[in-house]
Design a protein around this ligand. Structure first.
Ligand code: ZN
Length: 333
């Protein structure tokens, strides 16, 4: 290659070899300024472009970094929140488990109560096994707490969930059993209460003084041996006379032998009779409650003085009332 200077132009000669034709390129002088200028402009533009790209890249990187930082903070916050929620759930589970234990203790107390109720309602004094207490279920004392803090593991939580679930399922079953037993006990208690109400267990007088018992004795009028079919209770004229069980007045009248007398039917074949009354306070057909005052003590009919002749009839036969006289009226109301 060779440059040949002219007046307004210069020639660029390219000589490829000895046997080949020389290439001549004529260029104007101005190209000496134009070409470097173009090259400089191109380089400058290239540099500016690179600079701008670099700046944009940094800005984009910075923006992305800020965005990543923000997202990371959000994720950390969310993880912290979830951890707190998980911890709270674990605490709730532990509380629930403890409550299940306490509930179990209470259930055992209810079972004991149910057992007592069942015993109370057994009229024959024998106990069925359905209310028996399981062994080893006594309430436990509240233990003292303390010690090092050890984080709970997911396995421990899973085990606690499983055991709590089993406990609660078991408790529901036991509660259903207790409810069935309690309902049965309630029926028995009502039956026992009904039986107590219609059984003549009260003293019919204020005094508990028996002046003549049930059985053979000398008749006070004829002095001959005779059957005394009731008991005589001492008292003052117009002392209160109480009906000894709930029932219905089936007779309230007067005859020469019984004087003013009242017969009360208590169902189940039991009746009681109150004789020699000075005054009757109830009428035939009237229902009476246990312990209600039905008359005033007197000496009407075949009587030698103020007293109450009291009889208990079982299936129409007079029996000794003494074994029935268990409660005072004030004890029963
Ligand atoms: Zn008598």
């Amino acid at each position: 290659m060779k440059f040949i200077w002219g007046k307004k132009e210069f020639t660029l000669m390219i000589i490829p070899g000895a046997n080949r034709q020389t290439v001549r390129i004529k260029l104007p002088h101005s190209s000496l300024y134009v070409v470097p200028s173009v090259i400089i402009l191109v380089l400058t533009g290239f540099c500016v472009t690179i600079y701008l790209m670099n700046t944009t890249f940094h800005q984009t990187t910075s923006t992305m970094q800020q965005s990543f930082d923000g997202q990371e903070r959000q994720l950390v916050d969310q993880i912290t929140l979830k951890n707190n929620e998980l911890e709270q759930l674990q605490n709730n589970l532990i509380d629930l488990s403890q409550q299940a234990d306490e509930f179990k203790v209470k259930l055992e107390e209810i079972k004991k109560l149910e057992h007592v109720i069942q015993l109370m309602s057994e009229t024959d004094g024998t106990s069925k096994k359905s209310g028996a207490l399981p062994s080893g279920m006594a309430s436990r004392p509240n233990p003292d707490v303390g010690g090092a803090e050890v984080p709970v593991t997911s396995q421990e939580v899973t085990t606690l969930v499983s055991s709590t679930k089993q406990d609660l399922t078991s408790l529901v079953g036991e509660i259903n059993t207790v409810l069935v037993n309690l309902n049965a006990s309630e029926v028995k208690l009502k039956e026992a209460e009904q039986l107590r109400t219609i059984t003549p267990t009260l003293w019919p007088t204020v005094t508990h003084s028996i002046t003549s018992g049930f059985g053979l004795r000398k008749d006070p009028f004829t002095l001959k041996p005779s059957m005394h079919a009731g008991i005589d209770l001492d008292g003052e004229l117009n002392d209160a006379v109480y009906v000894t069980a709930a029932g219905k007045v089936i007779e309230a009248g007067y005859d020469d032998e019984h004087g003013n007398h009242i017969i009360v039917d208590h169902t189940r074949g039991l009746q009681t009779e109150y004789m020699h009354l000075n005054k009757m306070l109830v009428k035939r057909g009237e229902s009476v409650t246990k312990g209600q005052q039905i008359g005033l003590m007197g000496t009407t009919g075949r009587s030698t003085g103020t007293h109450l002749h009291y009889e208990v009839h079982k299936n129409g036969v007079q029996i000794d009332p003494s074994p029935y006289l268990i409660n005072d009226r004030k004890d029963d109301h």
